[in-house]
Design a protein around this ligand. Structure first.
Ligand code: SF4
Length: 216
């Protein structure tokens, strides 16, 4: 039987720039491939190419960084069926594991120890019709939902979805993130405060520190 493996774009060590563990030293494992094409995508370099690597080879590299947190990202990690087993292998190795997923793939079978960070794609992403709403019932308080907001219309849509889907009762954190250079963080902050929303503003720390580039 062949060793389990994944197609990988990059493995790197940085500070987590998003969501609940923002600011924590984290190893990122970026899987290759994504079936979506969001207008604002900042990781299109992960759509193609990459290198097929065994789980053991990846686990060895991750261990070498000595971090407690591992984030499996993409592309869309769940586009590779082996990703779910790899997430479990990371949990077995004792890491705090998060999964960044587009919300367009079924999260059923993702290890319960993983904190899922699920995007709900807003209309301006161009991919809102890909949202797989059956995923919502599989989320719990360890999980997080992210809205990348490109306009006031996206904000209104996101606010409506938080209410319609009862997200505050389902997940631990709801993040409203301004799309890089499309909505100002201060405008989004003002809207959240004015509407007294129970959501959290997310700034992409890695981009503020190092700019919009791969490997950070
Ligand atoms: S789901 Fe993520 S990786 Fe895929 S196109 Fe959208 S932003 Fe890019």
């Amino acid at each position: 039987m062949s060793e389990p493996s994944l197609r990988i774009t990059e493995v790197f060590h940085s500070l987590q720039g998003e969501a609940r563990s923002s600011g924590m030293p984290t190893v990122f494992v970026r899987l290759t491939g994504c079936p979506l094409r969001c207008h604002y995508c900042d990781s299109a370099y992960a759509f193609h190419g990459g290198e097929r690597r065994s789980f053991q080879n990846l686990l060895d590299e991750v261990a070498g960084f000595g971090a407690d947190f591992v984030c499996v990202t993409g592309g869309e990690p769940l586009a590779q069926p082996e990703a779910k087993s790899f997430l479990s292998a990371l949990c077995d190795a004792g890491y705090h594991v998060s999964l960044e997923t587009s919300g367009a793939m079924d999260i059923d079978g993702v290890d319960e120890r993983v904190s899922v960070v699920l995007d709900l794609k807003t209309p301006a992403s161009g991919e809102a019709e890909r949202n797989l709403y059956s995923n919502i019932r599989l989320l719990s308080k360890k999980d997080q939902i992210k809205f990348v907001i490109c306009s006031r219309e996206d904000y209104e849509w996101s606010r409506f979805k938080v209410d319609e889907l009862g997200l505050a009762e389902k997940v631990g954190d709801i993040w409203f993130s301004p799309s890089w250079q499309q909505v100002s963080a201060s405008d989004l902050a003002d809207w959240i405060v004015a509407d007294k929303l129970k959501v959290r503003l997310q700034l992409q720390l890695h981009k503020l520190l190092w700019g919009d580039k791969p490997g950070v």
